[in-house]
Structure formats: structure tokens, C-alpha cells
Design a protein around this ligand. Sequence first.
Ligand code: ATP
Ligand code: MG
Length: 380
Amino acid sequence: MEKIILTGDRPTGRLHIGHYVGSLRRRVELQNSGQFDKIFIMIADAQALTDNADNPEKVRQNILEVAMDYISAGLDPEKSVLFIQSQVSELTELTFFYENLVTVQRLQRNPTVKQEMLLRGYSDDGTDNKAGIPVGFFCYPISQAADITAFKATVVPVGEDQEPMLEQTREIVRKFNATYGETLVEPAIMLPDNAACLRLPGTDGKAKMSKSLGNCIYLSDPADVVWDKVKGMYTDPQHLQVSDPGHVEGNTVFTYLDAFCKPEHFEKFRDCFVGKKVSFTFNSLDEVKDQYRKGGLGDMMIKKFLNEVLNDTLEPIRQRRHQLEQNIPYVYEVLRKGSEVARAAAAETLADVKRAMKINYFDPGVLDQLIAEQSEKYAK
Ligand code: ATP
Ligand code: MG
């Protein structure tokens, strides 16, 4: 069986470091591993419209932003198909057929849908003054199943919040295959292997870093903006004096270090730990954490180090982005070509699905058979 990847992002804003560690970094590694036959990366504009129907301009603007973030972060249009969801109308057809295989009750139980409804202020019973749930938004897990299965994806690299979506997709695949015969491929989720990356918290330390919450460090943020955000980050509220023992668990600065720090950073950014009053020499993150727990290591020193560590990853991305910003036609051409390739792949699956459901009336051979059957019926 071919090894195929499908994953993507909603164009509701630029991509942030949560996207990077949750999925994007992994995609680039998988792309460059050469172990996959096909890689499809989707900009999910149709899905973004399910809760932004009144703001198509926002979605339209962010398609380019996400595409530039992709290419800057290392997705290579020669190796991966970058495409726009709405340009592959086959996905909508598949969604329509899959809708018959899922109950309203099952969708209501989906924990991600529940949480996102809460986040967006949608009411779940329509009895209070909150906005009702758009049907399209409610059904988006089904459209996600269409996206994944259309490309016969075997692997979907995503953050932890997508786990219930993958489970829903697998259920649809099983139901479809049991009802109409073996047609669709059951995908596997690929979560980040580093616990800090499963659901990276926002700079406020409270919730998941998310475009909708405004607690993000964006891949395209200039260095001074990153430094301002790092300086303002939530650490340990009980670490009031430098000499106080500090907590590492639940301390967002350390969570980000867990997600981004590499062994070579300790030598490279040694100067961050040289202070006027005290200096430290660290060779690993464990040593930094030990010292923080003991006390004596100030938040400012750690933040300076984190800032360097982040910029080590972000600076090359920023530079590639500056180049792309000078070459917008190229970016759109990548998306146009990618959407054509994606459309051809999805059309094959749609044909398989229609064949399995016996709604391929006019396929070669099928019409002749239908005419023969019906004629015989009426000849009697
Ligand atoms: P929105 O607020 O519009 O839903 P979002 O920031 O949650 O935006 P999505 O486009 O919904 O981003 O998610 C795209 C991908 O990035 C998914 O695979 C998701 O799991 C992953 N992801 C998003 N935020 C994080 C995070 N904070 N940590 C880890 N992975 C994340
Ligand atoms: Mg989201």
C-alpha cells in the first residue's frame, strides 16, 4: 500500500509556533525522509468559512499567509502538494455522501466540537441568547473525513486536539467499507513524540496557543516582537525573588524550551547565563531545570535563553519568508498547480466511492447493464 500524508491548517491567521511543533515541523521531516509516496498539504478555507461565513475576506487574505509560512518553514512544492480545499469540489461531494453515515448524536459527543463551540460562544441547545451553531460548523468533522479519505491518506500528522477528528474519520471509513464494500483507507494519527508539543500553551500560559485566543508567537513575527512576547510570558507566580525555588512544571517558558531546545544551544548561547552578579554553565536542559528548582536562577536569564533558542529556529524561516514576499506570483502558482494535482487525486476516490455506492449510472458498461436490467423488467 502507498504511504500517503494528508494534513492542513485553517487560513484564519498566520501560523504560530504551536502549529510548528504540533504538526508543521514533523511534516517537513517526513517530507525530507523520502519515505512517503505522496504528501498533500491542504489550506482548509472551506472549513475556515464554517465559522467565518461573514468574513470571507479574512480567509482569502490568510490563504497567502499560510502558504508563505508553509514554504518558509520548509515544505517544498516539488515534494509536497500544497493546495486550497475549496478548489477541490470532489471533497464536498464526498462529505455529502458521508453525512448519511454519521448521527447527530455522535457529532454532539465529539469533544473537540464541544470545546470549539464553547470557545466560539455557540449555544448547544438554542435556548439562551448565544448564537446558534452553523450546520456547516457542526458537520466539519465529516468534511475532515472527506479530506483525509479523498487522498487515501495513511498518516495524518496533527496536534492532540485533532485526535477525536481522526477517530471520527476511522469510524466513517469502517461504516462505509462495511456498507458498500472495501473502498476507503483507514488513516493513522501521528502525534508529536515530544509531550510539550502535543498542545503547546499560549504565551498567557492558560490555554492552547490558538489564533482565536490571541496568545501566539507567529512564525513571521520580527525578532523584536518575539522578544517583547517572551519578556511578557507567564512563568511561575511563586518565583518572586531570584533566590526563591521555582517550579518548572506548568511554567510556559520551560514548556517552550522543552519544545524547541537542542543540545547545541547550550554552547551556542552560553552568554545568556553570564550575569553581573551570578553566572552559570549549563550543558543540558535538565541542568537548567535543576538550578531553577533550587533557586538563584532568574526568569530574565531563562527568557533571554528562550528568546535565542526560538530565534535560532525562526530566523531562517523569517529570511525565506522575506524572499517569498517579493515573489507573490510564485506562491499563487504553487497553489494553483497543487490544487489541480489534488483535484485529480480526489476525483479518483470519488469515482471509487460512487462505484461502491452504485451511483455511477453513466460509467462505461454500467449504463448498458442498467438498460438491459430495466428493459428485461418491462419486457415481462
Ligand atoms: P483556530 O483558532 O482557527 O482553530 P488553530 O490555531 O487552532 O486555529 P488550526 O488551523 O485549527 O489552528 O490547527 C492546525 C494544526 O495545528 C492542527 O494539526 C492542530 O492540531 C495543530 N495545532 C494548533 N494549535 C496547536 C498547539 N497549540 N499545539 C500543538 N498543535 C497545535
Ligand atoms: Mg483549531
